[in-house]
Design a protein around this ligand. Sequence first.
Ligand code: AMP
Ligand code: ZN
Length: 156
Amino acid sequence: MPGQMAGGGCIFCNIARGEAPAHIVYEDDSVAVFLDIYPVEKGHLLVIPRSHYESVADAPPRVAARVFATAAALARLYREALGAPGVNVVANSGRPAGQEVFHFHVHVIPRWRGGGWRTLFMRHRLTEDEAREVLEMWRPLRGSIGEYVRGAFMPG
Ligand code: AMP
Ligand code: ZN
């Protein structure tokens, strides 16, 4: 597979395989969604493909579409079901763009307080209490994520 990292050294590949710890919100056969350990706001999620591509610019269209459809489902559910008044959906590609983990991922950041673009760089360390709260919040909505994504990939 192009871009595959040898030797299992990719932290997000390890999370996708269940070999590294993560707070998983949702997963299916092609993507996994888990909590960012340095959230901008409570509920900051990362969407990754199970297969390894360095960035959004390296992933094949079908993989990119699948990841972004999942991010769109999360953004919609944050607004419609969880009451977030705003959401940032962001993919950093390449070091100059601020990419730090070189396994394609999309950030989905609910904005409860506002502050816009400028405050995207203010982070805190995820606590266990916060993680539990976010997982609880998403538990009843897992089915809706799957439904949205399947709808996007139905033929016709
Ligand atoms: P980026 O700058 O787009 O490459 O962002 C990488 C993100 O991954 C950052 O927001 C980190 O806080 C997050 N991150 C790094 N390692 C982990 C991990 N083991 N579990 C969850 N999030 C992580
Ligand atoms: Zn990887």
